[in-house]
Design a protein around this ligand. Structure first.
Ligand code: SF4
Length: 466
């Protein structure tokens, strides 16, 4: 949307108090995301007269796609809602608002508020020449929508069925991004492993990654949001053979108890997940594994929780996110019984996070003394350290690591070798190593995964209110 508006002659400001028009791109797939979006709408509404000088507030994205009428009804300050298939029309929407306001003597008549939730092409906006607001890295959306039907998930209802972008379009976008300084491509989709199935009848992610890796300037490629049954031989082989592919995989498993996986309409079992994760660790030395789990799903028992916790304790994911089940209207799970009481679900969340905190901290501590390639992104607020990420840290969700330069100053986008000298629970600090080559992003060393004495035992994990 930003690049389309720029092309249409608008200028951008990141300061909402200086904006004539505020465009909010919202999330809306679970309750906390909806609440955050609503808070942002209220803040934007306050910036219209008499409190501020903003002329129009436009609400775009998933919340707009899901609840267009409710937004227009509940928030009279909102001038337009633009669904996820209307992104490409954002200059037209704002043009219409301006015309209507001009005719209304500077005030937009209520009847001219816009509800733009088209049913058209979900890929249309992805062809725009994007301007990433992020330094050094950029997301590359390889497909839109999802044809999996996890029982708790509202996303297929919002985004529609899975549609892959043509590979040539992705390559053209990546070449352009590399030309404006992007060094790391983060491949995203609702399910990246499904890329290509609708185009050719087979999974094309490995072919895509190899073509992206050949683009001059691209130093690192990262895969997010893989579905376990899409991690096949070809993809595992790619991790072993393509040096630019970060040895990092985000593989949301959601749960590990078979009855719950079945009720969630996931295609995995505890056994199939275990086999895949062990294979990844064996065949891709040093791979960093991230996952997401969902607790408090209807019918989840204490036994299911025990299975999940013991699975997490055995697999020792390097990184983990946990969600509490949110009953989303229009999804099968919203009507499932028995519900898990909110307080019980919350306490289960805390048990998972307490366990994971210890595992993640141990995983960081094991890296002290090793040397890894770090892509420099910025300078820390105190100006003392550079901030960067190895292939083991994804942008925005994993920590930025601290680097001290021992000789030459460093620049954003530079790949340097760093020896880690100190670790805290959430952070690593290291110094640059001059005598080691940094041309390619080497995988991190693969330290032994012996049981960590610092890990809470099953019975020492806080049990909260259960
Ligand atoms: S794979 Fe992800 S996006 Fe698709 S239905 Fe399941 S949870 Fe939702």
């Amino acid at each position: 949307m930003a690049s389309l508006l720029l092309e249409s002659g608008f200028s951008l400001t990141e300061d909402p108090s200086a904006a004539d028009i505020i465009v909010l791109n919202t999330c809306g797939f679970i309750a906390p995301a909806k609440e955050e979006a609503i808070r942002a709408i209220l803040e934007a509404a306050d910036r219209k007269p008499p409190g501020g000088a903003c002329r129009f507030v436009v609400v775009a994205g998933c919340l707009a796609q899901r609840y267009p009428d409710e937004i227009l009804e509940e928030f009279p300050e909102v001038d337009a809602v633009v669904g996820t298939r209307g992104y490409a029309d954002i200059p037209w929407v704002i043009g219409c608002l301006s015309d209507a306001a001009r005719k209304g003597g500077g005030v937009l008549p209520a009847a001219d508020r816009i509800r733009h939730v088209p049913a058209g092409d979900s890929l249309a906006h992805l062809g725009a020449a994007r301007r990433p607001s992020t330094p050094v890295y950029a997301y590359l959306k390889v497909s839109e929508g999802c044809s999996n039907r996890c029982a708790y998930c509202a996303i297929p209802g919002i985004r529609g069925d899975h549609v892959s972008r043509p590979m040539d379009d992705l390559i053209a976008e990546a070449v352009r991004l590399a030309g404006i300084g992007t060094r790391e491509l983060v491949l995203v989709a609702q399910d990246t492993t499904r890329y290509g199935l609708d185009l050719s009848g087979r999974r094309l992610l490995p072919d895509l990654v190899r073509r992206l890796a050949a683009i001059p300037g691209i130093l690192r490629i990262r895969l997010m949001y893989a579905y376990a049954d899409g991690v096949d031989d070809a993809l595992i082989d790619l991790f072993r053979t393509e040096p630019k592919l970060a040895r990092y995989l985000d593989l949301p498993i959601q749960h590990a108890s078979d009855p719950i996986l079945g009720r969630m309409n996931r295609r995995d079992t505890r056994h199939s997940l275990e086999a895949l994760l062990h294979r990844l660790r064996r065949d891709v030395p040093g791979i960093v594994l991230r996952t997401t789990v969902l607790v408090g799903f209807p019918g989840e028992t204490e036994q299911d929780m025990d299975v999940l916790l013991s699975f997490l304790r055995a697999i020792r994911f390097d990184r983990l996110g946990c969600f509490v089940f949110s009953p989303e209207e229009g999804t099968p799970a919203a009507a499932m019984e028995p519900k898990v009481p909110e307080s019980v679900a919350e306490s289960r969340y805390h048990r998972v996070m307490a366990l994971q905190q210890a595992i993640s901290a141990a995983s960081l501590r094991r890296r002290v003394g090793t040397v890894e390639s770090v892509l420099i992104e910025s300078v820390s607020d105190d100006g003392i350290f550079y901030l960067g990420r190895t292939s083991g840290e994804a942008p925005e969700i994993d920590p930025l690591l601290h680097v001290a330069a021992t000789s030459e100053p460093l620049a954003a986008g530079q790949l340097v070798r760093v020896r880690w000298v100190d670790a805290s629970d959430y952070d690593l600090t290291g110094v640059t190593v001059d005598d080691e080559p940094a041309e390619s992003p080497d995988p991190p060393a693969d330290p032994p995964r012996a049981a960590d004495p610092g890990l809470p035992a099953a019975d020492s994990v806080p049990a909260g209110m259960e």
